[in-house]
Write a protein of this length. Structure first.
Length: 154
């Protein structure tokens, strides 16, 4: 495993749409493991999407540092959205900036894990926000596109 370099918002790759993973093989599993290691090496990141390490594939990892541990989502789809919530968001690719974003209060997401198994998960609160934020990265969307009011920069 190795940590990968996180690219920042001036890099045009972050604006591209990522492609579906066709086959979950050892190479994909290595990318997933590297992404978890890269996320864990950050100061306070809770999610990282593959395009943020320069890989245009539909993969993201999330870790709320709770009993669930790191969760890897391959070819994720948000299949249900309910309600609304607002949270202060930041992004490892937009260092030093924060802003309030409105997201669904509860979601259901379907994805594959690194073993290729399909799973579904319900999420609310910060986890739901994080999953939606990471999923946006796969479509080239950054939280700064959705900030309500002012983007606060350090
Ligand atoms: Ni982000």
């Amino acid at each position: 495993m190795a940590t990968r370099t996180i690219i920042t918002d001036e890099d045009p790759l972050l604006r591209k749409r990522s492609r579906e993973v066709i086959e979950i093989d050892d190479r994909i599993r290595e990318i997933c493991a590297d992404m978890v290691e890269t996320l864990h090496a950050t100061d306070n990141g809770i999610g990282l999407a593959a395009p943020q390490v320069g890989i245009l594939k539909r993969i993201f990892v999330v870790d709320m540092y709770d009993d669930n541990g790191p969760i890897v989502f391959i070819n994720p789809e948000i299949i249900e959205k309910k309600g609304k919530q607002r949270n202060q968001e930041g992004c490892l690719s937009v260092p030093g900036s924060w802003g309030e974003v409105e997201r669904p209060a509860r979601i259901k997401v379907r994805a594959r894990n690194p073993h290729g198994e399909l799973f579904e998960m319900e999420a609310s609160e910060l986890l739901a926000t994080c999953i939606c934020h990471e999923n946006d990265h796969l479509d080239g969307v950054l939280f700064t596109d959705k900030v309500i009011g002012e983007l606060v920069t350090e």
